[in-house]
Design a protein around this ligand. Structure first.
Ligand SMILES: C[S@@+](CC[C@H](N)C(=O)[O-])C[C@H]1O[C@@H](n2cnc3c(N)ncnc32)[C@H](O)[C@@H]1O
Ligand code: SF4
Length: 454
């Protein structure tokens, strides 16, 4: 039964960090003015109430991990740091000019690439530069991604002093053979050291990212990785499915062969073994891929119905407006999305002309806004409802018909104008969202766009 479910539902599908998903943005409606108009509208509606979020992409890494799907630039040359920080601050100053008022910042997330590639001093200049023209909101939440091989005590202390309380470390897997295959040698003691330091300094949420389905990874590797993880007791865990997307240009995923990657049932067993161990060790499942201890704010948000999902993944607070700074970053005004250029040289050149480096985007239609709500409900609460007529759309009967088979398979339950994902259905939440994804249904992808759902 289990095997046939995997065979049936393991298809290529989006991870729904947005709706519409990026390949389905309608670029005909994108223009610079469309973005600045919706940005200003969203800012006026939300800044005084809840503040805004900033995502800052810091793209440099010293060494290429061959599994990585992120936008990064590999270099050992640290003279790249200063010009990049200057460019991000320039981009921020253009935003502040357009907005015309001092933003209230509720959330900052430094992602990458590797934020800890940058020196503590440069990161301090970046954050202080942002707050020259902004104010911290009450209960602000600042977080960053740290690489265990280059996060120093000084990084942690400096960022703590600047208000950061959450850090997530890329762990992936502790097995030497897997680490060799993905070109990421990272001993356990490095992860232990940076975890202890963060705790000693006072960080309230320490996260580890681990991945199942990596090349050469077997069940013993997953068990050993989770045993080691348990000994360090991170507050939250991302347990990602390895996304094999070798068609993305320059992502360096060709360092191993396709047949070295665990697939289908083999991969599913890695996931189920890992998940069982995480439950046994006191971790609760939060949305898709995420686990947290009872004491972590993500679990609290999940319990209170305040969990939100955006391009950064899951978050315990929601703001209507998220501005993405840095090369390749995506911004979300709720009414529209835009993405920055992905190439560093283009990013610098556009900023030199005092323009925002946005190059594509999407203006959400009324239908998009409704579907987006359902997809967020499913991804964050594992249930959704259309009892409020504002959440009804005319294709609902077709969607329910399509989901009938998943109901028969015990993956979801229907009620009067609502549906709930069952415990057995949680791994298939992406498939359930796909039934609501009208844009995907109207136009099936012509080329490979998405990783497999499992
Ligand atoms: C930007 S990276 C991490 C920050 C830092 N550069 C590091 O490597 O420690 C964020 C996380 O994305 C996850 N990730 C990257 N590529 C992935 C892929 N192809 N499939 C699944 N997860 C991936 C990894 O778990 C990684 O830790
Ligand atoms: S996993 Fe992290 S360090 Fe490795 S290439 Fe990707 S962003 Fe850089």
């Amino acid at each position: 039964m289990k095997n046939s479910l995997i065979q049936k539902y393991n298809v290529a599908g989006p991870r729904y960090t947005s709706y519409p998903t990026v390949p389905y943005w309608d670029e005909a409606d994108f223009s610079y003015e469309m973005w600045t108009d919706t940005l200003k509208k969203s800012f006026i509606e939300s800044n005084d109430k809840e503040g805004i979020s900033l995502y800052i992409h810091l793209p440099f890494c010293e060494s290429l991990c061959t599994f990585c799907g992120c936008n990064k630039r590999i270099t050992k040359n640290h003279t790249v740091e200063n010009p990049y920080i200057k460019a991000v601050l320039k981009e921020w100053s253009i935003y502040c000019k357009i907005i015309g008022e001092k933003p209230l910042i509720k959330e900052i997330h430094l992602g990458g690439g590797t934020p800890t590639f940058f020196s503590p001093k440069n990161l301090e200049d970046l954050i202080n530069g942002i707050f020259k023209s902004a104010t911290k909101a009450n209960n602000y939440e600042f977080s960053f991604e740290g690489h265990p091989n280059n996060t120093s005590y000084e990084h942690l202390q400096k960022l703590y002093d600047l208000g950061f309380r959450r850090v997530s470390y890329g762990v992936q897997d502790y097995s030497a053979k897997v680490q060799k295959a993905i070109h990421r040698e990272q001993p356990f003691h490095n992860v232990a050291k940076v975890t202890f330091w963060a705790r000693e300094i006072g960080y309230t949420s320490i996260g580890h990212d681990i991945i199942f389905g990596l090349p050469f990874q077997d069940i013993d590797d997953v068990i050993d990785t989770i045993e080691k993880t348990k000994s360090l007791q991170p507050d939250r865990l991302a347990f990602y499915s390895y996304a094999h997307v070798p068609w993305i240009k320059g992502n360096g995923q060709r360092g191993f062969k396709d047949e070295d990657i665990p697939k289908d049932d083999q991969k599913r067993i890695l996931y189920e073994t890992g998940k069982k161990l995480l439950f046994e060790n006191g971790y609760n499942e939060i949305g898709m891929d995420h686990f947290a201890l009872d004491t972590d704010s993500l679990y609290e948000a999940f319990q209170n119905g305040n969990l939100h999902r955006n391009f950064m993944g899951y978050s315990s607070s929601k703001t209507q407006l998220m501005i993405g700074l840095g090369v390749s970053s995506i911004s979300d005004s709720w009414y529209s999305f835009v993405q920055n250029v992905k190439n560093l040289e283009d990013y610098y050149q556009i900023l030199e002309r005092d323009k925002l480096p946005v190059y594509r985007g999407h203006l959400l239609t009324n239908e998009d806004l409704i579907i987006r709500k359902h997809i967020l409900n499913l991804m964050c609460q594992f249930e959704t409802s259309w009892s409020d007529s504002a959440n009804y759309f005319k294709e609902i009967p077709e969607v329910l018909l399509q989901l009938k088979e998943m109901e028969n398979d015990g993956l979801l339950e229907f009620g009067d104008k609502y549906l709930k994902v069952t415990a057995a259905g949680k791994p298939y939440v992406r498939n359930i969202c796909m039934a609501f994804d009208l844009r995907l249904k109207r136009k099936a992808p012509e080329t490979e766009l998405f990783s497999m759902t499992i």
